[in-house]
Design a protein around this ligand. Sequence first.
Ligand code: FAD
Length: 371
Amino acid sequence: MTRETRPGPGGRYDGGENGSGVYGGGAYGSGPDGGDRYDVVIVGGGPAGLSAALMLGRARRSVLVLDAGEPRNAPASHMHGFISRDGAVPGDLLAAGRREVAGYGVEVRTGRVRSAVRDGELFAVADDAGRTVRARRLLVTTGFTDELPDVPGLAQRWGRDVLHCPYCHGWEVRDEPIGVLATGPMSVHQALLFRQWTDRLTLLLHTGPRPTSEEYEQLAARGIAVVPGEVTGVEVADDRLAGVRLDTGELVPLRALTVAPRAVPSAATAAFLDSLGLAPTEHPSGMGSYLAAGPAGLTDVPGVWVAGNAADLTANVLGSAASGSAAAGAINGDLVAEDTRRAVRARKDPFSAASEARVCELVAGDRRHGL
Ligand SMILES: Cc1cc2nc3c(=O)[nH]c(=O)nc-3n(C[C@H](O)[C@H](O)[C@H](O)COP(=O)(O)OP(=O)(O)OC[C@H]3O[C@@H](n4cnc5c(N)ncnc54)[C@H](O)[C@@H]3O)c2cc1C
């Protein structure tokens, strides 16, 4: 029997305190404290979370996206490298995503998740407004926060002319004088990479390690200037980067400055991950920390998947969306397997609560009423 009589797509998980819960597209149920229940709660509504929500909504799963509303690329005015969306305003992409998922019954709420803990067969997910919802499966797509080098004036230019990713912004600053602020072991690599976009490149040694003699040779061969000394400030004129000031007082004129931020979860997100038993792993490159996961984002915590930048520090918008989509397929497959196990159990036990509910559904359908 199909469920064509149900109004609209989606629908909520019907609970099943004793393992009798059945099927996406099922009826609404309230937990002991009145909290809502869903097949899947997605924590984070960026490209990864919304792509997953689209797949799961279309799979007739009941889905709630809880989003704190601070996507990583918010400081940038435009987004590049996403085929068919190149140059889009980042917020427009997310607004379109929210509209699309709403069409499949997915709920998106603004809120910051502060904890998620196992509660029997479900997860209890609490947000900072004190509201708790329950979910059969969790997808974590919280991205990360960019910890920027501590240089006066630098944070104010982040995403404008203080940049990190040549594929996101390199074209926009091509042929301009660009500085690479060295703060870690990847700085020479970053300089050699940005050389693809300009031949007016300066590696500012700042607090980074001295290049090796082999690296010096590579930099010289590619015509990259190397400037010793610490950068003490960012100079701006007419709302554009004019250069950086060195501790000697010298100004190095620049139109863009590239940095290597450290990826870290925000303090609030770190507390949420901790409550769930998800421990970030330090990336060997020194780029920051991420949530290690297996194929399609399955973590070591049963029932919990991860996608997007939270799992892959280098993922761009397209890659993050793709990983959210892949995780959603895996989650739905896992729920299908569970639904099937439950259906077989119910079929073998004709007097179980689940069987009674199923018979009631078959006999009365939407015309049923009562308690
Ligand atoms: C300045 C800048 C420019 C960029 N430009 C480009 C570009 O041009 N092209 C490109 O492809 N990529 C670009 N990127 C990379 C891009 O931002 C990421 O690839 C992408 O945002 C990752 O998507 P995500 O869904 O994993 O995470 P995010 O987009 O960061 O979304 C995560 C969401 O989860 C929310 N969240 C976090 N913790 C919680 C919590 N506890 N509870 C509820 N919600 C929570 C956050 O508020 C956020 O809304 C840029 C990055 C930066 C920093």
